[in-house]
Ligand binder design. Structure first.
Ligand code: GLA
Ligand code: GLA
Length: 669
């Protein structure tokens, strides 16, 4: 049986990507000593090592990796061992050119960078399997092996392939899904623009077209590529499970990543891990927090690992701004607060050669143990060791936001009433409001379990598959409060309209019909009036006909003035609220605060602005994180009569606590 992550790593994991093959052997021992000093207990090894492990087809050289693993083990550093399949070697594509992925224009990608493989290439899949078998057999009993890191950031550089082999695979995938060509014709609506197919081999990729593509076909291409890349992962997983049935396996996700349906992937992973590179001066801290919350939610609240972040600055933006002193530490604690049981970096030692040599690392080019960067790493690594009993602790959310990858794909396809709608922006907009109030949020799929929540928000849920409305109805009937926002419930899983008045599957729950959409021009705004107060709205106005619902805000201007913009419908024991426009933050804050107050859902503590407060609960204790993102110290009042243990300062606190600028307190009670 596969071991639990907190069995394998009983404390918070700390370390990073380690690429010893880029260095002379004499550096390895120095690395291990520095790692020990910095509190490193886990490193990811061999992610990009294929060409130095399998020098020629079937000729393996593991001698150097044996030595690396031995040295790490001797220094108490565990290994998250990569399967080394992320960047295939030159000999493979020379011998078998069909392993190369092909661009939209028919030109194959070339070697010389990374991730140039076609996920659908049978030859590539075979080569992957051979390598993974060798790796697993070689290291199955090595005491340093803690977990398997499969491939690396699947789809990161290319998540589409237009090779002949991919086309055959696409047709096979469609046959499997639709069984008959007639069924496919119906499901794709091919009587439109004379798109009927008689034979499977008439079907092409939805690219290189004179005008608009068929949206059902495009949606299926996205599903197909997600599945193809996922199959590649599962091929590796299967080999590893067979040879090392007790070792956890995963791949590392990214967040703002549309092509892969991570909710589906997470079911096949023993641990969710992801890589986070927020722009330090982006000024939208809620985005970073939301990514953590989404990652924690992918496996029903199971803690995740942050597999990569940077100590200072990346090298792949136009201008690569550096995290200020203390920020890396503070943001790492935000990760931990939101369910991170691992804090890792790309990478351990800053590279000497190659495209990433200016990317920050735990040990900078100077190799100076007194450098700011290494000192901050060392401080954090040694602090994390003190957080006993935290690994495995869970979040406490009573609020959930619905998130759906296929909806994301479909709603951003061309040909809509408004073609600059961003699904993520809609989700962020609602999330921000909760974040700034320090209200914990989980993410759920539309058919996910809503029973544990009091308040659910479904932003722009354009696609509702058959029966998914029942989940929302049940939730509200049982006393839940639901917000649905504009352009929801419009299409089915084929991206065909739900007829019978928008949003047909949600009409009885919301108690209304949307008669028309009135998108707004870029520079256009309107005003809504709610309880006598005025708020700005933009982007979109639904023209709503009330049925059982009541208006709680109405438009002030334009031809639809006085018509409802926001509505409420008492349904069963609960309420469903419909927001038929894109309101200002002020309005959303007011709406959401009112609901939270009614539901008695509160932040763990009252706090000044830019102070993040998050709770994690273990069996017998609660960890309370107070993260001060301000440039000045803040004082936060604690719960009357409670005695807290300050984990980092090692002392007791009561009444209130002062947290310095860019600093954190972790209290246990
Ligand atoms: C053109 C075409 C029609 C239709 C409209 C849509 O006029 O001839 O088939 O696509 O555009 O505006
Ligand atoms: C990704 C990759 C790493 C490295 C970093 C650089 O996360 O997984 O190999 O390229 O980006 O930021």
């Amino acid at each position: 049986m596969v071991k639990r992550i907190d069995e394998v790593m009983p404390s918070i994991a700390f370390g990073g990507d380690y690429n010893p093959e880029q260095w002379d052997e004499n550096v390895w021992l120095e690395d291990a000593k520095l790692m020990q000093e910095a509190g490193v207990n886990l490193v990811s090894v061999a992610i990009f090592s294929w060409s130095v492990l399998e020098r020629e087809e079937g000729k393996f050289d593991f001698s150097w990796l044996d030595r690396v693993l031995d040295i790490l083990h001797e220094h108490g550093v565990g290994v998250s061992l990569a399967t080394a399949t992320a960047s295939p070697p030159a000999w493979l594509s020379k011998e078998y050119p069909e392993v190369l992925a092909v661009q939209e224009n028919g030109v194959p990608y070339q070697i010389g960078s990374r991730q140039h493989y076609s996920p659908n290439s049978k030859r590539f899949r075979y080569a992957v399997k051979q390598l993974v078998k060798e790796m697993a057999n070689r290291y199955k009993n090595h005491p340093a092996l803690k977990m398997w890191h499969i491939n690396n950031e699947y789809g990161c550089h290319l998540a589409e392939c237009y090779s002949d082999e991919s086309l055959s695979a696409f047709r096979e995938w469609l046959k499997n899904r639709y069984q008959t060509i007639e069924n496919l014709n119906q499901k794709w609506g091919t009587n439109f623009w004379s798109q009927r197919y008689n034979e499977w081999d008439e079907i092409q990729f939805p690219v290189n077209l004179p005008t608009f593509y068929n949206p059902s076909q495009k949606l299926d291409y996205k599903r197909f590529m997600n599945d193809a890349i996922f199959d590649l992962y599962k091929i590796e997983k299967e080999v590893l499970r067979e040879i090392t049935p007790d070792i956890p396996v995963f791949t590392n996700f990214m967040y703002e990543f549309k092509p892969l349906n991570y909710f589906g992937w997470a079911k096949e992973m023993d641990l969710v891990t992801w890589d986070s590179y927020p722009d330090p001066r982006e000024g939208k801290p809620y985005r970073h927090a939301m990514h953590h919350d989404l990652m924690r939610s992918l496996k029903n609240g199971q803690p995740f690992y942050l597999m990569e972040q940077v100590t200072s600055h990346v090298n792949w933006r136009d201008i690569n701004l550096t995290k200020k002193p203390g920020e890396m530490r503070l943001w790492s604690y935000s990760t931990v607060a939101r369910g991170g049981d691992g804090v890792m970096y790309f990478q351990w030692r800053q590279g000497k050669a190659g495209a990433e040599k200016f990317h920050g690392a735990m040990v900078p080019h100077s190799n100076d143990p007194n450098s700011r960067v290494y000192q901050e790493v060392k401080q954090l690594g040694n602090e994390l060791k003190q957080l006993n009993g935290l690994a495995g602790a869970r979040g406490t959310a009573k609020v959930a936001i619905v998130f759906d990858w296929e909806n994301w794909w479909a709603v951003e396809h061309e040909g809509k009433p408004h073609n600059r709608l961003s699904y993520l922006d809609q989700v962020y907009q609602y999330y921000r409001s909760f974040y700034e109030k320090n209200i914990a949020v989980d993410f759920v799929e539309p058919n996910g379990n809503l029973a544990d929540y009091q308040f659910v928000v479904a932003p722009m849920l354009y696609m509702i598959r058959d029966g998914e409305e029942n989940n929302f109805e049940q939730f509200v009937k049982n006393g839940g409060t639901l917000i649905v926002s504009f352009f929801s419930g419009i299409v089915d899983e084929q991206d065909h309209i739900h007829l019978g008045g928008y949003p047909a599957p949600l009409r009885s729950l919301l108690g209304l019909t949307v008669e028309e959409f009135a998108p707004m021009a870029d520079d256009e705004i309107n005003t809504i009036v709610a309880n006598g107060e005025k708020f700005t709205v933009d982007t979109w106005a639904d023209i709503i006909k009330l049925e059982e619902a009541k208006a709680i805000a109405t438009y002030k201007e334009n031809w639809y003035q006085d018509k409802p913009a926001v509505t409420i419908h008492r349904y069963g024991q609960g309420s469903s609220i419909y927001v038929g426009t894109n309101p200002s933050d002020e309005y959303l804050d007011q709406l959401i605060s009112g609901i939270l107050q009614q539901l008695e859902v509160r932040a763990p503590l009252e706090a000044p602005k830019n102070v993040e407060i998050v709770e994690r609960v273990a069996n017998d204790k609660t960890f309370l994180f107070i993260l001060n993102h301000n440039n000045d110290p803040v004082t936060v009042a604690l719960e009357e009569g409670t005695v807290y243990q300050d984990c980092l300062q090692g002392k007791q606190v009561t009444q209130s606590i002062t947290v310095q600028n860019t600093d954190v307190a972790i209290l246990v009670c």
